[in-house]
Design a protein around this ligand. Structure first.
Ligand code: NDP
Length: 435
């Protein structure tokens, strides 16, 4: 805290990981001697820059952009770009820190990074978004590269924004290379990248339920968010026989007691992505659903819950409510959606609880596969990629079990993910010597 004043999200993320790592490294002299935990908790570098752009009325606007290059011990820096007014250096440092462990867990050679800007895409015209993305890349391009740092999308950055940024990178550098992931299929993108995070979070959930001899058939699910991760998680829950009761956005949540069918999910996807609408409008389109303004969905009774919107959206009290209502499993689609108090509630109740760094790793895993395809100059088939995604999620589950098995049938997935991710990165750092 002393070293990082005014960075609560970053301190929170480091604290959560350190709780588990302290135990693990206690009797391991090499890690202590090399000060590995301290070194891992300090980003390699934080780049901060000005982004100037012109709005439709000819006004010059100034924003701040960042790229946090956290750790490249096991591969090029890799992690998304977020455009949201809540973006700060603390938020990006926490995300880059988490990303480092997540990427290690995938088993693919990727380091950790994250970037973004305090730019609010809401209400901006397509041309304004384009000009902002181009200005952002005009500075970012000098810090990234296919073997150096490979950004992707995140909140507020989807296929459209990646297109504008990739176009600008190509224009400036005269290179067509896999410098960004989440690209369009026509220009180097990978099949199932869009679906991968949400699908992966549900595959992980299914793996956890399977340890109890259970599955998703007939299970009720409460999901927050209505963006890329939430809608694809909902889709996979429905495909595996579950019933999705809620979706949300920053305005509140919608409860549909009849369940979100594939048609309804398609409507939400089009509404949020193409029409840039609000989730509250769902209730005008589908009768029987209710909108709860300014509220999160955790009070709706369910068997499983998937927080898929943003950090710290599920607090200690919400976790207590979920447990009291009989929720058996929580799989985080978002990054750090559950605060520390909430994590402790789930751990104490010993329910199945997957932290984002394990359960939402499917997105970056397929990004890693996109990088491989770009290097090979080829595109793999959808069924090959689906299988690889499933295998990677299952491998992450195995790692969590290896390091998180507490006996008596209880797996501490948070501990398992933290130690599994840490060990790989720490061992690589040890191999490079003390610098
Ligand atoms: P999107 O921008 O597609 O969707 C974000 C959703 O979360 C929207 O419904 C948004 O509502 C809602 N939201 C954002 N901020 C808040 C807030 N402060 N309070 C309540 N709701 C909010 O983003 P993604 O779906 O891509 O990302 C969601 C989460 O998943 C993030 O934590 C991200 O880091 C994580 N993630 C994403 C990956 C990916 O592949 N996309 C990979 C791994 C993790 P509104 O429309 O009102 O803004």
């Amino acid at each position: 805290k002393r070293r990082n004043p005014h960075q609560p999200e970053f301190v929170q993320a480091v604290q959560e990981v350190a709780e588990d790592i302290f135990d693990f490294i206690q009797d391991k002299e090499a890690y202590h001697e090399a000060q590995i935990l301290r070194r891992i908790a300090e980003p390699d570098r934080v780049i901060s820059f000005r982004v100037c752009w012109e709005d439709d009325n000819g006004n010059v606007r100034v924003q701040r952009g960042w790229r946090v290059q956290n750790n490249n011990a096991i591969g090029p820096y890799k992690g998304g770009i977020r455009f949201h007014p809540s973006v700060t250096e603390s938020v990006l440092k926490f995300l880059a820190f988490e990303q480092t462990f997540k990427n290690a867990l995938t088993g693919l050679p990727m380091g950790g990074g994250k970037g973004g800007a305090n730019f609010n895409p809401k209400g901006k015209s397509t041309r304004e978004i384009m000009r902002f993305c181009q200005s952002f890349m005009t500075e970012l391009y000098r810090h990234i590269g296919a073997d150096t740092d490979v950004p992707a999308g995140d909140i507020g950055v989807g296929g459209r924004e990646i297109g504008y940024m990739f176009g600008q990178y190509k224009r400036i550098t005269n290179r067509f290379e896999g410098v960004l992931t989440g690209k369009g299929l026509e220009w180097g993108g990978s099949l199932i990248r869009t679906e991968a995070t949400g699908y992966g979070a549900v595959y992980f959930l299914a793996e956890m339920l399977a340890t109890k001899g259970d599955d998703l058939v007939g299970k009720t699910a409460v999901i927050s968010g209505s963006g890329n991760v939430a809608t694809h998680a909902a889709e996979k829950i429905v495909q595996l026989g579950g019933k999705v009761l809620t979706l949300s956005d920053s305005g509140g949540f919608v409860h549909d007691p009849d369940g979100f069918t594939q048609d309804k999910i398609d409507w939400v996807k089009a509404h949020k992505t193409h029409r840039r609408g609000r989730i509250s409008e769902y209730c005008d389109a589908f009768k029987g659903a209710t909108f709860h303004e300014g509220k999160t969905p955790w009070g709706v009774a369910c068997d499983v819950a998937l927080p898929c919107a943003t950090q710290n959206e599920l607090l200690g009290e919400d976790a207590k409510t979920l447990v009291a209502n009989g929720c058996k499993a929580v799989s985080e689609g978002a990054n750090m959606p559950t605060d520390l108090a909430g994590v402790h509630v789930f751990k104490n109740a010993k329910i199945l609880f997957a932290p984002g760094k394990a359960s939402n790793a499917g997105g970056v895993a397929v990004s890693g596969l996109e990088m491989s395809q770009n290097s090979e100059r080829r595109a793999w088939k959808e069924d090959e990629l689906q299988q690889m995604l499933k295998d990677i999620m299952s491998g992450i589950h195995d790692t969590c079990r290896q390091y998180g098995d507490q006996g008596g049938g209880y797996i501490d997935y948070v501990k398992g993910a933290n130690i599994g991710g840490f060990k790989k990165v720490a061992d690589a750092m040890l191999a490079f010597g003390v610098v």
